[in-house]
Design a protein around this ligand. Sequence first.
Ligand SMILES: [Mg+2]
Length: 192
Amino acid sequence: MTELPPKPNRDELTERASRVRVLVFDVDGVLTDGGLYYGDGGEVMKRFDVKDGHGLVMARHAGLRTAILTARSSSIVETRGRELGVSLILQGRKDKTAGFRELLTQLSVAPEECAYMGDDVNDLGPLGLAGLSACPADAAPEVRQEVHYIARNRGGHGAARELVELCLRATGQWEATVQHMKAPEALQAVKL
Ligand SMILES: [Mg+2]
């Protein structure tokens, strides 16, 4: 059995997280549990987690940008992304490495200033480029081997929010952002 590369220690993880300016998320298996529900008319439904949504909104309040990069295409993702104030939604990008490079150009950001969370082997390209790579607890083994950070939570069940918390704690912004979210005007301004 091959030996796994060591995970970064807490200090290195904090250092990587503190440099993040853009949080990039895959959709299926990260912002959702990976389930696809087909209706009679062939339409596909997905289930998003409100706590993850709240996490993305908190990232935005703390001055971080968020982005979505997915191989599939769905109007549901467009709707959910807009609700959460996601800066850039790139869908239908089968080649996720090319999609990630496109994202870097469009957002004028360096790869080391990005965190990327993905759950399967088609995410290995961007995971290898991002300054902070992360995956949900139930990601594919090949992905869990490669990333800097494995979330305690599963895809569609708080993994995305956990990445937001990691980055905001790294810069000491977590507590202030939680306080900010308690303000009635902050809550009224967002759909979760
Ligand atoms: Mg996925």
